[in-house]
Design a protein around this ligand. Structure first.
Ligand code: FAD
Length: 406
């Protein structure tokens, strides 16, 4: 039987990063990456629309954890040890120059995810890690001096094992069988399916800022809104899908969504905004005076037949109030979810109490480590999910190296 010091199950973001970290620190280590697919790092390749948004330029750990609906509390310590700054430094040391976009997302300067893939493989396989492809792990059991791993290509022996299999249901089942508590997986980071005649023919249009609420879930977000062929997308929608992931799954992805299309947050501010736009145009038709960057067609629909042909000078304070109310309370029925193509993740996985966050070692099974999306950790869109994968992989690598004598 082949024997290793470390076997890493899953050649994805966390698995390959951990391998690179170990290879840097433990010369001569016998390490194998066991990957079920025919090539490693498949998600990294397609990530960020092929550009790979590898982290987020948020260097304060306290602020950073606010972007994680699940796992924020546990990641505070880890992020102070290995946060976005260290990730950027590491990639830079591998020749990957990065750039930060206006919204804080960090990409390789090349705008090609292949740059990131090459760096990860160079620092792991290039330094002697064995990469076994088409090698799906089917079982694991504790042996006398480590673990016996049962793979689709045969059994192997290893002293330590890192499980970094992302959102693989089969692996969760296996980890559950080893005594780990699991949190039921549900999707996060998705867009909303909305059937509403008012949105028909508006696909592709956007509003610079709206406030969105799901009153029943007591959730509220704000940001730009994009109207899609099937419903709504944009940062505010993704935020709600992440923070409300579990609630929305329970509701069957069917709920009332209330939009403040003015995006102003308060009635007074909406009124002020309307008056500002209308000033000097008292005789112009309201339908031709769209406010708050709302596309004209949608603006006219939201005003409704009662107001669209009237003028600001003719509606009086009651009319103004009616328009304020109409804009601030646009009720939409969410009837399902759709995939956000740039990024989607799974909320749920191995419960965080099952892991020692100093080393990422399982509290149930000594010698077994966990990193990445296999854990009940997920972040908002913007590079936060890779950051959690790099950080937990780094800690796991260090944990496994520290214990190399044992
Ligand atoms: C389309 C898309 C775009 C994304 N873009 C971004 C982005 O730009 N920025 C960002 O921060 N996040 C992004 N994400 C999220 C990010 O990809 C994940 O959070 C991240 O890949 C998780 O890393 P991981 O190593 O835990 O899992 P993965 O990268 O999914 O790796 C898990 C690996 O384990 C393997 N595996 C599973 N089961 C077994 C088994 N039994 N035996 C052997 N191998 C197995 C899988 O084949 C896979 O290679 C995106 C996600 C998607 C779907």
């Amino acid at each position: 039987m082949e024997a290793y010091d470390i076997a890493i199950v899953g050649g994805g973001a966390a698995g390959c990063f951990a391998a690179a970290m170990v290879m840097e620190r433990w010369p001569g280590v016998r390490l194998a990456i066991l990957e079920r697919a025919g090539s490693p790092l498949q998600k990294v390749r397609i990530s960020g629309g092929g550009r790979c948004n590898l982290t987020h330029a948020c260097y304060d750990a306290r602020e950073l954890v606010g972007f994680y609906p699940r796992g924020g509390k546990e990641l505070l310590g880890p992020f102070t040890r290995f946060g976005p700054g260290q990730v950027e430094d590491w990639f830079d040391s591998q020749g990957v120059r990065v750039k930060t976009e206006g919204d804080g997302r960090v990409f390789p300067l090349t705008d090609r995810s292949a740059t990131v893939v090459e760096a990860l493989l160079g620092a792991s396989v290039g330094r002697g890690a064995a990469l076994r492809l088409h090698c799906g792990v089917q079982g694991m059991e504790q042996g006398e001096s480590g673990w016996i791993i049962d793979t689709s290509t045969g059994k192997l022996e290893t002293r330590k094992v890192l499980v970094a299999t992302g959102g693989s249901a089969r692996m969760w089942e296996l980890l559950g069988g080893l005594g780990h508590r699991l949190v039921e997986p549900v999707p996060s980071l998705f867009t909303f399916l909305v059937r509403d005649t008012r949105l028909e023919g508006l696909a592709g249009l956007s509003i610079p800022r709206v406030v969105l609420r799901i009153p029943d879930a007591r959730l509220e977000s704000a940001g730009p809104l994009l109207i899609t062929h099937q419903g709504l997308s944009g940062p505010g929608v993704l935020w709600l899908s992440a923070w409300g992931a579990r609630w929305l799954a329970q509701s069957g992805y069917s709920c009332l969504l209330v939009m403040d299309a003015s995006g102003m947050g308060s009635e007074q501010a909406t009124r002020k905004g309307l008056r500002g736009t209308w000033a000097g145009h008292e005789r112009k038709e309201l339908g031709n005076l769209p406010c708050f960057g709302i596309p004209k067609r949608l603006w006219r629909t939201l005003l409704g037949p009662e107001w669209v042909d009237r003028t600001p000078g003719s509606i009086g304070s009651k009319g103004e109030q009616a328009i304020v109310d109409a804009l601030r309370r646009v009720e939409l029925a969410v009837v399902g979810k759709s995939t956000h193509k740039e990024e989607f993740v799974t909320a749920g996985g191995v419960a965080l109490g099952e892991v020692d966050f100093r080393t990422m070692e399982s509290k149930r099974c000594p010698g077994l480590y966990l990193a990445g999306e296999v854990l009940d950790i997920d972040g908002l869109t913007g590079g936060f999910n890779f950051q959690a994968a790099w950080t937990t992989a780094y800690l796991a690598a260090l944990g496994m190296c520290l214990q190399k004598e044992h």
